[in-house]
Design a protein around this ligand. Sequence first.
Ligand SMILES: Cc1cc2nc3c(=O)[nH]c(=O)nc-3n(C[C@H](O)[C@H](O)[C@H](O)COP(=O)(O)OP(=O)(O)OC[C@H]3O[C@@H](n4cnc5c(N)ncnc54)[C@H](O)[C@@H]3O)c2cc1C
Length: 488
Amino acid sequence: MADHDDIRDVTILGAGFAGLCMAAALKRSGRDSFVVLERRQSIGGTWRDNTYPGCACDIPSLLYSFSFASGFPWSRAYPLQGEIWAYQKRCVAEFELEPHLRFGSDAESARFDEARALWQVQCRDGRRFLSRFLVLGMGGLNRPSIPDLPGAKTFRGPTFHSSRWDHDADLAGKRIAVIGTGASAIQIVPELAKSAKHLTVFQRTPAWIVAKQDRALTAAEVASLGQRPIKRRLKRWLIYWRQEFLAFGFTLFPMLMKGAERAALKAMHAVIASPELRERLTPHYPMGCKRILISSDFYPALVRTNVELEASPVAAIDATGVVTAQGRHVDVDAIVFATGFKSIELLGDTQVFGRDGVSLKDVWQERAVAHLGIVVHGFPNLFLLVGPNTGLGHNSIVFMIEAQVNFVMKALAKVERNKARSIEVKSDCQQRFARFLERRLARTVWSSGCKSWYLDARGQNFALWPGFSAEYWLRTRWLPGRRFTLLS
Ligand SMILES: Cc1cc2nc3c(=O)[nH]c(=O)nc-3n(C[C@H](O)[C@H](O)[C@H](O)COP(=O)(O)OP(=O)(O)OC[C@H]3O[C@@H](n4cnc5c(N)ncnc54)[C@H](O)[C@@H]3O)c2cc1C
């Protein structure tokens, strides 16, 4: 029988942080009957795809890692892409996940067969995988969003998206356009500026940027953290609560952000002397409404003589450069799109069909809701990781992923204990949760009127958890029987 005809306990889609965390939890509990389907040729998700110069995380290393695998010798306070990817690979080795990984397995659809209580995943190459439970860990930030600009195809030089970096393109000594000033751009610009002949940064909306307290750790610090798990744990805990503190401003008292805004402007003015450039860089929305960016080298890069900030929108591209809405033509040799991801399309290009063949995309047409962002009524034995409203603006997503995986493990144990075939969240429970989200979201800084990738086409926040991550952790600790239907 071919590998893909086996019936397993669990199929996991995606081998990023979420899928790997789920796989490690299964393995740590002694379970072997699972498979991880990954469409690309290696693990890592975000940290495999984004190899652009300067790519790094904005959450400290000790917190942007699993609590159960914390002994990695991080070289910096904030991890660089290469180290995070190496960390993920080490987790694969440590938890012996390799035999469970199936690369090049691009899941096209997943369908629940009610009669057999089985999920059937169909890959684009024709293979299918059968399992009792299905866990979606497909991430939301891995499909590049590139604006459809007139003339883009006629450009003569290299052009690529930040997450598909063309390492064969030699950009040193060249005139380069970076389109966008979001989280990726502010990391790319300082690096390219070092060797570019000229760099034009095209900005649509200025972002709130705060300083990054990053530094290389000394050899003694790395050794001490490596040898003393208690010290490591304590440090992680302190970092966690420092980050968690920010949730006060985001979710409870948006007015608290005013002080942070003043501090950010003061820091920007300390670097940028030109009143006109200051004005172009000053955000006109409350801090936190869009993702706060952290960087200590973006503003210094902008005052270099070989760098300019163009605040007029990009209108078109031609064979030799970029044309702004005001009609200015900027001659460039290469164009980098740091224009973000198609985050709005939850589930991406994967179709998920639950009971009675109902499509999850259809259910979510009005609004994407899952109880705790993990389970959806009508979709038994299905679990989402980093599902709707479980992203964070202030703390580590890895913490949220661990809470979700813990929830899934509890659900599996409940099904086993009750000798049931399936578990499904009740509709009234899910509706109550949706109302709770609406109430909570209304008072957050994200609802203060700006346009951000946190909002769907209707302006509803589908991305962020409107509270403390500690509260989310607490809520995912139990699966009260009254909220779930167990079928035998
Ligand atoms: C440039 C960048 C910087 C970031 N920086 C930060 C940061 O500083 N701090 C932070 O907290 N978060 C950051 N993030 C968010 C980051 O994505 C999450 O922190 C985390 O990595 C998400 O992990 P994941 O496993 O959910 O998703 P991903 O890492 O996206 O992994 C999903 C995996 O699923 C695979 N997949 C998708 N669809 C299918 C399919 N149909 N079949 C099979 N496989 C599939 C993908 O190929 C991918 O490998 C950043 C994201 C980006 C893009």
